[in-house]
Design a protein around this ligand. Sequence first.
Ligand code: NAP
Length: 335
Amino acid sequence: MTENIQIHLTKTPTGALTLEHFEQKTAPIPAVNDGQVLIRTVLISIDAAMRAWMRGPTYRPQVMPGEVMPAYVLAEVVESKYDGLAKGDLVLGEGLWSTFSVVEGRRMRKAPPYRPLSHLMSVIGIAGLTAYWGMIDIGKPSEGETVVVSAAAGSVGSIVGQIAKIKGCRAVGIAGGPDKCRWLTEELGYDAAVDYKAGNVAEQLKAACPNGIDIYFDNVGGAILEACLFQMRNRGRIVCCGALSQYDTDAPESPKGLPGLVVVKRLRMEGYVVLDYFNRTPEAAQELLGWMGQGKLRIAEDIVEGLENAPQALMGLFEGTNRGKRMVRAAPDPA
Ligand SMILES: NC(=O)c1ccc[n+]([C@@H]2O[C@H](COP(=O)([O-])OP(=O)(O)OC[C@H]3O[C@@H](n4cnc5c(N)ncnc54)[C@H](OP(=O)(O)O)[C@@H]3O)[C@@H](O)[C@H]2O)c1
């Protein structure tokens, strides 16, 4: 395979993403300079935050029109002019929506010798680590507490509820549609599910959490955050993981009740970025894999075949077409 397909962002989106925001081109395979490696992309993590990257600077600079879409990737080194990496090594780090790309060798890390490779994107990738640190270090669940998580059937959320159960909590997931809600309770072990697309989220939450919410793991922000805020118990914790309901719109909404409810209910709202915990990855990975080995943690992966389908894969996150960790396969796993 020598064709180098790349997918560029054509313009800064204002409303919802459409296929018009992307353009596929064929480019020459770039030359490698000292300190760099040429990588062939194998798996691309598809993350809701990529939509936020298009809007302005976040924890990374804004993606500008004309640029090839950046992404967290698992890739194989094809050529190396960096001492720490050799041809054939598997690496993780920021790459591109591109068959081949040249990256600074020092910015990539060798993938641990783990199979299947897709687990490096899911259970011990961004999804699992984000769920783990958000729950363990920020939510700090205690037995008997009620944990509510939004985007519960998604990449991070599908793991959060299961960690809540492992910690002896009542787990309530918020997801769109009866099928996903059934999946949460029947397959992932959630105690109850709230279908936010059926309306009346506050009433549904009240029924699912009769004693209120101790920990709300917020993946979506907006109206769902507001509904949860009003049902938090005193001294509850809100884990601010993301606000994906606000990424794909030009009219973001702020929840009511801030900061008043935080004050009167003595709540703690705390944000975090999983990269902050990078040095503690082995600790989290060991525990997550241990739970999986004991059958306590089920990992859902949603793999879209073909780099050319990356735009639809990303747009689908905002339409709810994924279950579990979405990624795009750009090439087969290396032997
Ligand atoms: N802090 C960090 O370090 C960190 C790291 C990774 C991810 N994140 C954040 O964590 C959150 C979850 O990310 P993820 O990768 O797990 O995403 P994801 O669950 O794969 O995202 C897609 C799911 O979100 C739901 N959704 C889409 N639009 C929604 C809306 N308007 N309201 C409610 N739900 C909606 C959809 O499910 P339904 O069918 O249920 O609607 C969809 O399947 C995001 O906000 C992301 O930015 C943070």
